[in-house]
Design a protein. Sequence first.
Length: 452
Amino acid sequence: MTGFTVALLVVVAVAGLLRWRRPAWYWLTFGVTLATLRVLVRYSSVMDACGLTVPPPRWRLAIARMANRPAPQPRAPRILRLRPTRTGLVLGLGLRPGQDAFDVAASCDRLRHSFAMYGVTSREIRSGVVELRMTGYDVLARVQMPAKVERVPMRIPVALCEDGAVHYRDYRTTPHALTVGATKSGKSVYQRNLVAELAAQDVALVGIDCKQGVELFPLARRFSALADNPDAAAELLDALVTHMEGVYQLIRAEQRITAHVPDAEIAADIWDLPDHLRPTPIVLLVDEVAELALFATKDEEKRRDRIITALARLAQLGRAAGIYLEICGQRFGSELGKGITMLRAQLTARTAHRVNDETSANMAFGDIAPDAVLAAISIPTDTPGLAVTGDSSGGWARIRTPHTSMRQAVNACNRHAHRTPELPGLAAFRPELPPTVSLVKIPAPTEAPASA
């Protein structure tokens, strides 16, 4: 056996071991080169087999007849660019006349098999240009966020998409969000990841955790206000509504609408105010909304109506005042009482973890992205953190949150505890924290000198 044969066998064995144990390493070392060659070699035949070709133009057929040459072959979309990434390939296609972006989207599953890739998704960049994002392995099986991700104010990375892209929670674009999921589906880890990322930003965190505070109170050093029961939650929400009204009065006072003020300087929300006048934005996290909506007595029903009314007002009016909602729950349907569907209509961003029935998935996506309902109910039980996310545009994607333990979230909140703002209107709801104890090393007692 020659040295070349031995080296070739070693390379094949290493490639097989990496593909089995470390698919990300295999992709970066061997997979990206093999996949690029496979796409370039098979491209024309695959496009023809998938019905993504168009007949040649008539002038070419006429020239072929006059020159007595064979008829030209059907034409596939042009490859505008081919860019390798750390998880797959990005293929930019220029469509031929008569082709449509929907045709490419409908053929994604056939393209996945033909190019031997793990997944293929498509999106239209502009008229006549479609981008295919191909993944070489299951990036959601073992979530590894990129080493460098973009972090800007009110826009944080929270998960990884199935095409390898980072999923961001952008509060300026989608102010309010709804997160549903059954028990042990990863909903709490998703919320922890949100808090850990928001802790590093100049934002006030306000929490309502009616499970006696077991989820949010360990993170209390970074929260400006917390409530652990429905009665306290009702008072806290009323205080938030009062704070919102005060912010609007500040905006009105600073609008200065005169003929000499440029349009760009007329304030319509807190982000149009000068930095020294801008109030701190607030993110309100509700851990289990059903605990706020259920009631058993007449007094509890009055409290429930008061809570839901305040939440609906914050969802309708809070965006310009810099108040953003994160509502979590196992179900969020009309059985929770009046006002719930009105509140749900204001929650633009939707995230559904594993649910126990189709009705729960319909509560999240039935009115914005019906195609995502089937994807939400097909999430297996052995993949906690896997979710389907969408918004009012109708688009949706599978995502998975990296596992964030409670200790990691607590450390992040303690590390950024100095960023916790003091909100005078919410001072009564500031969590009482035990003083930090610094360990002081006590010197060992010295031996007394021996008597003479």
